[in-house]
Design a protein. Structure first.
Length: 398
């Protein structure tokens, strides 16, 4: 096919030369990602962070494409089929994200990767397109995402400590939120990327670039992804669906008021078609319906989500006192006192698993794990930063 380009604020242009990739972009499942925000609840703190999973997926594809174009070792290490497979995996790696991105995984009690693989394996338009290659290709693409492909380099490119996914989302999330924490020198990382012993690595001379990348990731998590107000929104979201499930257990007819959640309330696993129907727009519509609910708890939580009436937060040691304050004010602490725990280790390699480590190609030909060489990263491994907070309505303390 004639090369197509898509303009992008991060990469300038996203280049598409393969008909398969273009056909995948135009499937209903991939287009659904236009209706899934990349950062879930983060726009309540950073209003410009409203970019979508589709944008990020295209960006991850572009980084993977540049790896194949610019890293000579990859050109010779992969077959043409493997190159096409890894490009498809980069594009499709986030298909299984539910509304509000990672926030919804706790509500559905599943990982987004599980739904990604189910969509790829079909039934779906994605599966139909992949089957145009042959009837084994969809399973090969899925194997890259679940780390079972026989050529481990493919999974390292898509899902590792230094991969196309992270290299795009740090740059994109930083740009779209207006923060500077996620700046990564992508050009230098790609210029110094090598393959040694069937392992993706970067040259020893790029150690400072990689150290900066690790610090960028660390700062983005605490300053953006784990911002307390985002977590407050997530706490209300969890409480709302907890209340909806409790109401459904008491009266099954509640599903008639919110038919978009029928499968979610009745089943553990949604079919691909049922999952397809869930997106941010659907949820926003349902929350507007809940504004008029006869149930005061559901109504209140929906208003808080739609109008940004966030919970306050404090340290977890105050949980008991807040529970008592809730009861005195007539609030059910089951929905109005929500504990949240976040943990971030800047870099934690698991030696023996190439995908969980960053490797340096040393000048003497050796391959060494990053923390063995970098004193900066070695010291970061001792950091096990945790933050536990309790979220509650501010009015209970008045």
């Amino acid at each position: 096919m004639e090369k197509r380009v898509i303009r992008d604020p991060i990469h300038g242009y996203i280049h598409i030369s393969e008909q398969l990739i273009w056909d995948l972009i135009n499937t209903r499942e991939f287009q659904r990602l236009r209706r899934i925000r990349q950062l879930g609840s983060t726009p309540v703190v950073f209003p410009s962070g409203t970019h979508t999973r589709q944008l990020h997926s295209l960006g991850a594809y572009e980084v993977a494409r540049r790896m194949l174009e610019e890293v000579d070792d990859l050109k010779s290490a992969l077959t043409e089929r493997e190159k096409l497979c890894v490009l498809a995996a980069a594009l499709l790696h986030d298909l299984g994200h539910a509304p509000f991105s990672h926030s919804f995984e706790a509500i559905m009690n599943c990982r987004h990767e599980d739904y990604t693989i189910r969509i790829i394996l079909g039934p779906s338009e994605i599966n139909d397109v992949l089957n145009n290659v042959d009837d084994r290709f969809a399973a090969e693409v899925a194997s890259v995402i679940d780390h079972t492909h026989p050529n481990t380099i493919l999974s390292q490119m898509i899902s590792s400590q230094l991969d196309a996914d992270r290299l795009d989302y740090l740059l994109r999330d930083s740009y779209c939120t207006g923060t500077a924490y996620g700046k990564v020198d992508l050009d230098r990382i790609l210029r110094t990327m090598r393959v040694r012993d069937n392992t993706l690595a970067v040259k020893q001379s790029s150690i400072y670039t990689v150290e900066s990348y690790i610090m960028s990731r660390y700062h983005m998590y605490w300053q953006v992804y784990f911002h307390p107000n985002s977590r407050s929104f997530d706490s209300i979201l969890k409480s709302l669906f907890l209340r909806l499930k409790d109401l459904y257990r008491e009266d099954k007819t509640v599903v008639e008021q919110y038919p978009m959640y029928k499968a979610l309330l009745e089943k553990k696993w949604l079919s691909n078609e049922e999952f397809f129907m869930l997106d941010d727009d659907t949820c926003s519509y349902s929350f507007n319906l809940m504004r008029h609910s006869k149930d005061p708890v559901l109504r209140d939580l929906a208003v808080r989500i739609m109008d940004r009436h966030l919970f306050e937060y404090t340290s977890s040691e105050n949980e008991e006192a807040l529970t008592e304050a809730c009861l005195r004010k007539g609030y059910d602490p089951r929905y109005y006192v929500v504990k949240d725990h976040q943990r971030q280790i800047p870099y934690l390699p698991y030696l023996g698993n190439d995908s969980d480590s960053i490797w340096l190609a040393m000048d003497n030909g050796e391959l060494k794990e990053l923390s063995e060489v970098s004193t900066v990263v070695g010291s970061l491994m001792d950091i096990n930063e945790q933050d536990e907070r309790v979220f509650y309505p501010r009015e209970i303390l008045k």
